[in-house]
Design a protein. Structure first.
Length: 82
């Protein structure tokens, strides 16, 4: 995980559409009386009418809810058009 966190390509929040790896607390460090674990999830960042929307594991990821978050662009294989 250290190579992910120290990558030169990492950013606190994506500024353009594409696929990114997210590592951090998606819902904050704690909720109520329990502590959350950091998560590593693949996110799709899509352009919408008023900016960008981050989707991870089928749910919106909100900048106001995450803590200690970092994103790194994900490299996905090209699909054949055949």
């Amino acid at each position: 995980m250290d190579s992910f966190v120290t990558s030169d390509e990492k950013t606190e929040w994506p500024d353009k559409a594409g696929y990114y790896w997210f590592y951090g607390y998606r819902y904050g460090k704690s909720r109520g009386e329990s502590d959350n674990d950091k998560e590593l999830i693949l996110c799709n960042v899509v352009k919408i009418s008023n900016g960008l929307m981050v989707i991870g594991d089928g749910q919106s990821v909100w900048k106001s809810e995450v803590e200690e978050a970092c994103f790194i662009p994900a490299t996905l294989p090209e699909l054949d058009s055949e």
